[in-house]
Design a protein around this ligand. Structure first.
Ligand code: UT7
Length: 335
């Protein structure tokens, strides 16, 4: 029996900083509203043609591989989580294999939005626990900015999301009291459309339909979010899935050294922090700087927390996410 352990972490965000004031110049919004409701001060947007979801993922991955102290050719498998792939198909996993010049290992794409990284980590963990692979590259990368409605009509969504990428190398750990102790995944498809991007899709509206209708009022190719409904579900599911993970390992909330929640909304993180009785330095938040980067948010936050020296050997680190699907999940890690 093996466990998997995170041996390398990296992240990349575009240089282009977009402040709340910058957004208020192109839509009817303001710094006060955004900070009060979400905690976000600024986010990054790619400069078109300079970065893609894949290129950001590759940059984050290079750092993670170097820090893991392995060669790219030691990677046995790639798992890439995103809701914003470069192409409709193929997914970005194979583009990473190509762009990093890794030998012809398998590359899997995960489509679980804000929970994408936890799902991807869970998949990688199972492959390592089963003994099939030794080193797996797990990436979460998102390019939201090109696909948002940057007018007042889209403000409830477009001020929240940002671009960026994070990556982790998961490696085999022989000591099964260390590393990823367990992961817990859930979904509730009943609410699929409450946070969704419907078109283009083969189910309802394909590109040809959009072109044919040529309707300037068409919103179906922008993300839609029933914000308050998502918020209410998020706080409940975050708590549930963290408790589920702790219970599965006979642990208590007091055993948590660091909680790294998906950066959905600072108010959600603060609610969870209070519920679990955690101190400010036991919950890592960076949504203020990057907004919500969906599948990239946990690996970016985890990397920053690690770089800041907030994670020591032996610490209990808890990851938790909730988002579109609805999907949610947690990972309990002994560092
Ligand atoms: O990562 C995946 C999971 N996602 C989440 O967990 C997000 C969960 N939801 C949220 O974080 C919050 O619901 C939001 C931050 C998205 C929105 O906050 P809210 O308090 O739920 O606001 P609301 O959508 O109910 O809108 C309140 C008011 C509305 O005006 P009226 O109808 O009261 O006059 C909106 O039109 O705020 C208005 N509004 C804005 N005003 C200024 C909406 N967006 C903006 C904006 N700037 N950007």
């Amino acid at each position: 029996m093996y466990n998997s352990k995170i041996t390398g972490l990296g992240y990349y965000v575009p240089d282009n900083v977009v402040s709340n004031d910058d957004l208020s110049k192109i839509m009817d919004t303001n710094d006060e509203w955004i900070q009060e409701r979400t905690g976000i001060k600024e986010r990054r947007h790619v400069v078109p043609e300079q970065d893609t979801t894949t290129s950001m993922g590759v940059k984050a991955a290079k750092v993670a591989i170097e820090r893991a102290g392995i060669d790219k050719d030691d990677i046995d498998f790639i798992v890439f989580a995103t809701l914003s792939p470069d192409y409709y198909f193929p997914g970005p996993g194979v583009l990473v294999q190509r762009d990093l010049g890794i030998k012809t290992v398998g590359a899997l794409d995960v489509r679980n939005q804000c929970s994408g990284f936890v799902y991807a980590l869970s998949v990688a963990d199972q492959y390592i626990k089963s003994g099939m692979y030794k080193n797996i590259l797990v990436i979460g990368s998102e390019l939201h900015s090109r696909g948002l409605d940057m007018t007042t009509r889209g403000r409830a969504v477009s001020v929240i999301f940002g671009d960026g990428a994070g990556a982790a190398v998961l490696s085999r750990e022989e000591d099964t009291t260390k590393g990823v102790l367990s992961t817990h995944l859930h979904s509730e498809g009943q609410h699929a459309e409450e946070l969704s991007l419907i078109a283009p899709g083969m189910g309802k509206r394909w590109v040809t339909d959009i072109l044919e209708e040529n309707d300037p009022q068409d919103e179906s190719y922008y993300p839609h979010m029933n914000g308050q409904f998502v918020f209410k579900n998020a706080v409940v599911r975050f708590s549930e899935v963290i408790l589920e993970g702790l219970k599965a390992n006979n642990l208590q909330p007091t055993d948590i050294d660091l909680l790294v929640p998906h950066q959905a909304n600072l108010r959600i993180s603060q609610f969870i922090q209070k519920q679990f009785g955690l101190a400010d330095d036991q919950v890592f938040n960076n949504i203020m700087k990057y907004g919500n980067t969906t599948a990239a948010s946990i690996p970016i936050a985890l990397t920053e927390a690690w770089e800041a020296g907030k994670i020591k050997s032996g610490d209990l680190v808890v990851l938790a996410a909730f988002g579109s699907g609805f999907t949610w999940g947690s990972a309990i890690i002994k560092w």
